[in-house]
Design a protein around this ligand. Structure first.
Ligand SMILES: Nc1ncnc2c1ncn2[C@@H]1O[C@H](COP(=O)(O)OP(=O)(O)OP(=O)(O)O)[C@@H](O)[C@H]1O
Ligand SMILES: [Mg+2]
Length: 287
């Protein structure tokens, strides 16, 4: 599935005192099978942007092309039903929207409405839940007796069980413990690598951007100001600071070592493994 934003603008509450231009002429595109991060300061329009992918919000001006479907302010919800099966959105704090009294009913709610093959969905959900570390009797349990982190995993599973081509996640690990964060991030990466899903991750976690992402899109006051690789972005610490963002821990470590030993590595490392390899090479050259 390819997605093209063609000068998309979005205005909240037009004609009221609360009117707010949240997206300004956004032009950008997304390809199948790539992992994208959408980053930017709070209020920059990230959540507004992602709600356009399946027409939950429709452009006030401009258009979106999602494969052969064009979404404009005139598009009716009826025309978007097929698309909504293929684009799964996990909202910020999705656990707050759980409402069924068993995990199975919660997970089957969406697929039933979309006339999906329920046995397949249930099977997929069950295996995702085992991956998340739940027991085999999880489907019969009530989400409301669970911790916040467990509820988050149930909510994410309910979207992934529908097997969407495009998986959009709005800060899926915010407020979770390190183990849950890692479980979720590793599972999402696996979906991209093994099943060629498109991943769109809204995040403030630069360590995750460095580790998992192919392309970063930066939002600033409703504008999409840059699309580039994480390596290009994090190579320029001044630019990152100007954007009020942070560099990943591994890049901070590298910069500290460079300062201390007055040495410049030829490129930045984005993972620990990459850094260790660069570091070893440098030490060997010194001998
Ligand atoms: N219902 C609304 N009515 C009016 N303005 C809104 C509404 N929802 C969002 N906004 C405004 O639109 C802008 C973009 O909001 P959005 O939620 O897309 O930002 P964000 O980048 O996701 O921020 P965060 O990192 O805090 O989640 C903000 O200035 C916000 O105040
Ligand atoms: Mg948001």
């Amino acid at each position: 599935m390819t997605v093209n934003f063609n000068k998309v603008s979005y205005v909240y509450q037009r004609g009221t005192p609360f009117e707010h231009l949240a997206l300004r002429d956004v032009v950008t595109s997304f390809e199948q099978g790539k992992y994208y991060a959408i980053i930017g300061q709070t209020g920059s329009g990230k959540s507004t942007l992602i709600q356009h992918f399946n027409g939950l919000l429709k452009p006030s001006k401009g258009a979106l092309q999602v494969d052969d479907v064009t979404i404009t302010h005139k598009t009716k919800d009826k025309q978007l039903k097929q698309l909504r099966k293929r684009v799964g959105v996990v909202f910020q704090f999705p656990e707050s929207q759980l409402f069924e009294d068993s995990v199975e009913r919660e997970i089957m709610f969406g697929p039933k409405n979309f006339d999906m093959p329920l046995d397949e969905v249930k099977d997929r959900a069950f295996h995702l839940l085992l991956d998340f570390g739940f027991n085999r009797d999880i489907l019969q349990q009530s989400p409301f007796q669970m911790s916040g982190g467990q509820m988050r995993k149930i909510a994410i599973t309910s979207i992934l069980a529908m097997d969407p081509d495009v998986v959009i996640l709005d800060e899926p690990t915010a407020g979770l413990d390190p183990k849950s964060r890692k479980q979720i991030m590793e599972l999402i990466k696996k979906l991209q690598i093994e099943q060629n899903k498109t991943i769109i991750l809204v995040t403030h976690e630069m360590n995750d951007v460095a580790k998992y992402v192919d392309e970063v899109k930066i939002m600033k006051r409703g504008k999409l100001i840059e699309s580039c690789s994480p390596r290009k972005l994090f190579s320029d610490t001044n630019y990152v600071n100007q954007l009020h963002l942070d560099v990943p821990d591994i890049v901070k470590l590298q910069r500290d070592i460079e300062d201390k030993y007055q040495y410049d590595f030829s490129k930045i490392a984005l993972t620990e493994a990459e850094f260790i390899a660069m570091y070893k090479e440098w030490r060997q050259d010194e001998r």
